[in-house]
Design a binder for this molecule. Structure first.
Ligand code: SOE
Length: 389
């Protein structure tokens, strides 16, 4: 293991995504045969003490506070960006200019112009530029993509995609950066809706060509302090409040360029739904259904099966020949949220060693950004909402 050349990684940001990426950098080469061994060289954060603690806890050799210094370092090969979206463009463009490979959390940026700049910088560079839509590497979803690509579903007609969470249902959940348009770009739309947009396009092999959307903010101010529990939590009664400047929920219909139609929903107010990434695809010859709250399972319907025996089959996606599954546990022993991040490290390291890009590239992620932008423009245009009566 240690005889393989090293891939020296610098990670910027060390909160939720930083922790998920750290475990992936720590474990990928211990379960998968990789051509390069990741070295967790340096983590970068704004606060020296908190960054030092994060380095110790997450397994990084060094802790620093200036990302500009990090991207210029000769002892770093890849920069992994796990910060809020308002910093993605500057860090990624600087890192590519300094000759570093880049892995960037989703959504790629906070706006289409920023994402275009990043995609142009990637196109002008010979370095790898990857965007972390990690759910693509959930084995059941990778299998869904394989089945569609093999033509098992025939002509794709419907996509039903939802990303449902509930951590903002309490009106006294604190005002965090995910509720600030300057930092996050958008709300449920970009934070979670972006994932199902990416998945729907990737699994069907079709791009979204047009949308008709509604965005809503149910709670327009929230407490400025308070203890975080997971992504949400609750502040003390009477705490001062600040404005929520993003959408709480998004819903839209979509037309795909290959003829399919889609219905999408993203919300953090679906009480009882914790991380329900749901996708259903209906084709002329079959259907697929997935819910991340049961993430090892893909429901598959084959319309070729004779009527009385036709129905969804529950496929447990943990067999050695299922995507990624064979490198982990015996069949049926299951994977979790963190494994998608490990699998993306595996694919990135392999691509990088072979001198090719890994998808989703910055160009792929720019396309998702264009869909998010179209959703916002559609929702802002109230004339498209036909009044009833
Ligand atoms: C990261 O991939 C991410 O989209 C987070 O930003 C969300 O908040 C999380 O709920 C799902 O994963």
């Amino acid at each position: 293991m240690s005889e393989r050349p090293e891939l020296r990684v610098a990670m910027v940001g060390h909160a939720f995504m930083g922790a998920a990426h750290s475990q992936a950098w720590r474990s990928a080469h211990r379960f998968f045969d990789l051509p390069l061994t990741p070295r967790m060289a340096v983590v970068c954060g704004r606060d020296p003490e908190r960054t030092r603690q994060a380095a110790d806890r997450l397994g990084w050799d060094e802790a620093v506070t200036d990302w500009r210094e990090v991207v210029e370092r000769d002892d770093v090969d890849l920069v992994d960006i796990c910060t809020p979206g308002d910093t993605h463009r500057d860090i990624a463009v600087a890192a590519l200019a300094a000759g570093k490979h880049v892995m960037c959390e989703k959504p790629l940026a906070n706006s289409v112009p920023e994402a275009e700049e990043m995609a142009a910088a990637a196109a002008a560079s010979d370095r790898l530029a990857f965007c972390g839509y990690s759910y693509r590497r959930t084995p059941a979803l990778a299998l869904a993509r394989q089945l569609v690509a093999e033509g098992r579903l025939g002509e794709i007609r419907h996509v039903r995609a939802q990303y449902l969470q509930d951590w903002l249902s309490d009106a006294d959940a604190p005002l965090t950066w995910r509720l600030d348009r300057e930092r996050a770009g958008s709300g449920a739309l970009g934070d979670i809706g972006a994932h199902v947009v990416d998945l729907a396009q990737w699994i069907t092999g079709q791009s979204i060509a047009g949308v008709s959307a509604v965005l809503t903010t149910f709670v327009d101010s929230r407490p400025l302090g308070g203890d975080l529990v997971g992504l949400g939590g609750r502040a003390q009664a009477g705490s001062p409040r600040g404005p929520v400047t993003v959408d709480d929920a998004a819903a839209f219909t979509a037309r795909f360029d290959g003829g399919a139609m889609g219905v999408f929903e993203a919300t953090r107010f679906a009480l009882g739904r914790k991380n329900a990434v749901r996708l259903e695809v209906n084709g002329s010859d079959g259907s697929l259904a997935f819910d991340f709250e049961d993430n090892d399972v893909l429901h598959v319907l084959d319309a070729g099966v004779e009527g009385a025996r036709q129905g969804f089959t529950r496929v447990l996606v943990t067999e050695p020949d299922h995507p990624y599954a064979g490198s982990w546990w015996p069949p049926g022993h299951g994977l979790g949220y963190e494994h998608g991040f490990t699998h993306q490290v595996v694919d990135v390291v392999r691509a990088l060693a072979e001198g090719r890009q890994a998808a989703p590239t910055f160009a792929d992620a720019l396309q998702v950004q264009r869909v998010l932008d179209a959703v916002e423009r559609s929702a802002a245009d109230q004339s498209r909402m036909t009044p009833v009566g």
